[in-house]
Design a protein around this ligand. Structure first.
Ligand SMILES: NC(=O)c1ccc[n+]([C@@H]2O[C@H](COP(=O)([O-])OP(=O)(O)OC[C@H]3O[C@@H](n4cnc5c(N)ncnc54)[C@H](OP(=O)(O)O)[C@@H]3O)[C@@H](O)[C@H]2O)c1
Length: 252
């Protein structure tokens, strides 16, 4: 990949204020994208990332709302009106044991992880470069594995796997590619966001390490090159693929 693979390109990364989204946005900027629009609900987290690279444009937007999708579309239109790459990264995990199922949690997870990508893709499709545009969804290995206590999240990511393949088939005639990555455990704020303290997170990662054939939990740097790789023009024959990045957990 040349240093400026995404020169002159406009990229949208949802959930770009933290974790995988933040690292992905900065990776696209480093690879020459002229505009990287990042979204999220917390403007302060978006501003921190925007301060790190002049190509990064923060847009406060909730993926569950049509108004959020409108705000992203307006930002694209204000910068030339053509979108090259759309990364659906915003997502939440919530514990959802069946004997303590909370309807609000079910709706929250499905709204963010499933309705969010649907609303935003529908709104941005007229702006997506055709042919040549690319969509990358950040799914999870939970989308194709059992997840006791996390079935709502797993179901939402199974749905994301399904969107990937349906959209790939639907948009192929327009020359738009759609792919996904499915990470295993990655060190991000996602675990603290579920109320786990630093020691609990460290304990969890120590425990799951034993279930990972390659012997370690992932970092965001393990993930972002796959997102940029799937999005880049050199991958023009790749569509409808879901790449699992889990240190081999799927093998057992
Ligand atoms: N970390 C892992 O082990 C792991 C494993 C597999 C898959 N994933 C997936 O990777 C993606 C990124 O997660 P992460 O690990 O980087 O966790 P993270 O740091 O908690 O990132 C989640 C991002 O989503 C944004 N978000 C949540 N709800 C939103 C909403 N309604 N509207 C707009 N943005 C929203 C958050 O921003 P605001 O809160 O400011 O809105 C945040 O920036 C998720 O889809 C997750 O399911 C993570």
């Amino acid at each position: 990949m040349s240093d400026k693979t995404f020169a002159e390109q406009t990229v949208v990364v949802t959930g770009g204020g933290t974790g995988i989204g933040r690292a992905t946005a900065l990776a696209f900027a480093e690879l020459g994208a002229s505009t990287v629009i990042i979204t999220g609900r917390r403007p302060e987290r978006l501003a921190e990332v925007a301060a790190l690279h002049p190509a990064v444009v923060p847009v406060t937007a909730d993926v569950t709302l049509a108004a959020g999708a409108d705000a992203v579309a307006e930002a694209v239109q204000a910068r030339g009106g053509t979108l090259d790459v759309l990364v659906h990264n915003a997502g939440v995990f919530r514990f959802s044991p069946l004997d303590a199922l909370d309807a609000d949690v079910v709706r929250e997870v499905l709204d963010i992880n499933l309705t969010g990508p649907l609303l935003l893709t529908g709104r941005l499709l007229p702006l997506l470069r055709s042919p040549g545009g690319s969509i990358v969804l950040v799914s999870s290995r939970a989308g194709h594995n059992p997840s006791p206590g996390g079935s709502v999240y797993a179901a939402s990511k199974a749905a994301v796997h399904s969107l990937t393949r349906s959209w790939a088939a639907e948009l192929a005639p327009r020359g738009i590619r759609v792919n996904a990555i499915a990470p295993g455990f990655v060190r991000t704020d996602a675990y603290a966001a579920n109320g786990l303290g630093p020691e609990q997170v460290a304990g969890l990662f120590e425990h799951v390490k034993n279930e990972i054939p390659l012997g370690r939990v992932g970092d965001v740097a393990d993930i972002t090159p796959w997102i940029t790789r799937l999005a880049e023009p050199a991958s023009e024959l790749v569509t409808g693929q879901i790449i699992t990045l889990d240190g081999g957990m799927d093998l057992s």
